[in-house]
Design a binder for this molecule. Structure first.
Ligand code: SAM
Length: 333
């Protein structure tokens, strides 16, 4: 189809993510008071996802939360830090951070970038939802494509800036780059976004940020996306996505954890790069007691082989540079 219909198919993937988040929240996997606000579905019970999907949502969400916590805990929390979410969609993470009692969850300038139609909807929701209006100031418009709101929680000093922009048209003059501090510690996040761009587009997006942020500034990158090696499961997943009109052009370019880490080191220029599959993250990062709690929610997981196969095809790859910042994760159990 045309670029336009491909773009709207890709925007639709956010609704999938929002429904999966709500499914995991309603079944008790995750705690997120904002998940329901962003699901357009009719009132009543949310779409219930399969147990392996719920476990996947749980694992990826808690793993990314943990990496962000490391970033916030190992940079100076008395000064501003920036989180830039590429293709943020209806992600609730900034809102969850803003109500968190963790003392390092302050001085956060959270920037979200997505297509104009997605940002317009999010902006309207922030504006009109009573539950959010008691948490955040009314969004002010900084430019024709930028809205900013700040946390009303005293002393938190957190802001959320929404940027309406096709990442493929990012230039040094675009508001995300103009409104960022070039010296505040920065974390770039792509939770299933850069995979929809070509490898050249994805690396151009990342270089716009890395080139602008001074090299002495702590910088971290966290990417979550599928890796689809040329194996039977990878081929089936690719075919299923294609049947829905979705292509993920970066995926053949970085089909393995090694290729993903090389991308972070060589293309993005971060000294340290790490990666784990979602399968391994569940095994090694989730404490035993928490694993038992999660397992009990749906009476134990029958589809263990399916879980391993699916979760083995998604990775979190992360990298960092800069004095003090430490995003090394060691197994908890
Ligand atoms: N990060 C969110 C999450 O994990 O819940 C949403 C993920 S959703 C699968 C992908 C998001 O990336 C969508 O909101 C889509 O609109 C956005 N996206 C994809 N390509 C984009 C582009 N070229 N410019 C801006 N946003 C884009």
């Amino acid at each position: 189809g045309s670029g336009g219909s491909q773009d709207s198919t890709i925007q639709g993937t956010d609704n999938d993510a929002a429904v999966s988040r709500l499914s995991a929240v309603e079944l008790g996997y995750l705690s997120d008071p904002f998940a329901r606000l962003f699901v357009q579905a009719a009132p009543g019970p949310a779409t219930r996802r399969m147990p392996i999907i719920n476990r996947g949502t749980y694992t990826r969400t808690t793993a990314i939360d943990m990496l962000i916590d490391r970033f916030l805990a190992t940079t100076d929390s008395s000064r501003p830090r920036q989180i830039v979410s590429l293709g943020a969609g209806t992600d609730t993470r900034p809102l969850r951070l803003f109500i968190s009692p963790n003392p390092t969850h302050r001085n956060i300038a959270y920037h979200e970038i997505d297509f104009p139609s997605m940002i317009a909807r999010k902006q309207a929701l922030l504006q009109s939802t009573p539950q959010l209006r008691s948490l955040l100031s009314s969004p002010t418009q900084l430019s024709p494509t930028t809205w900013q709101t700040s946390s009303l929680i005293t002393n938190a000093n957190n802001t959320l800036t929404l940027h309406a922009l096709d990442l493929r048209s990012l230039t040094p003059a675009s508001t995300p780059l103009q409104t960022l501090s070039l010296t505040a510690p920065t974390l770039l996040l792509s939770e299933c976004c850069l995979c929809y761009l070509t490898p050249a587009e994805a690396s151009a997006v990342l270089s716009h940020f890395t080139a602008n942020i001074s090299s002495s500034t702590p910088l971290a990158l966290v990417i979550y996306e599928p890796i689809l090696p040329d194996d039977p499961f990878g081929r089936t997943m690719t075919a299923n996505l294609a049947a829905r009109g979705i292509t993920m052009p970066t995926v053949p370019a970085y089909p393995t954890r090694e290729a993903q880490e090389k991308r972070v080191r060589e293309e993005v220029g971060l000294e340290r790069a790490r990666s784990e599959t979602v399968d391994t993250i569940w095994e090694l990062w989730v404490p035993e007691q928490e694993k038992q709690r999660v397992d009990r929610l749906e009476g134990g997981l029958d589809e263990v082989e399916e879980w391993r196969l699916l979760a083995g095809h998604y990775v979190i790859v992360w990298g960092w540079r800069g004095h003090g910042l430490d995003m090394e994760v060691s197994a908890e159990s």
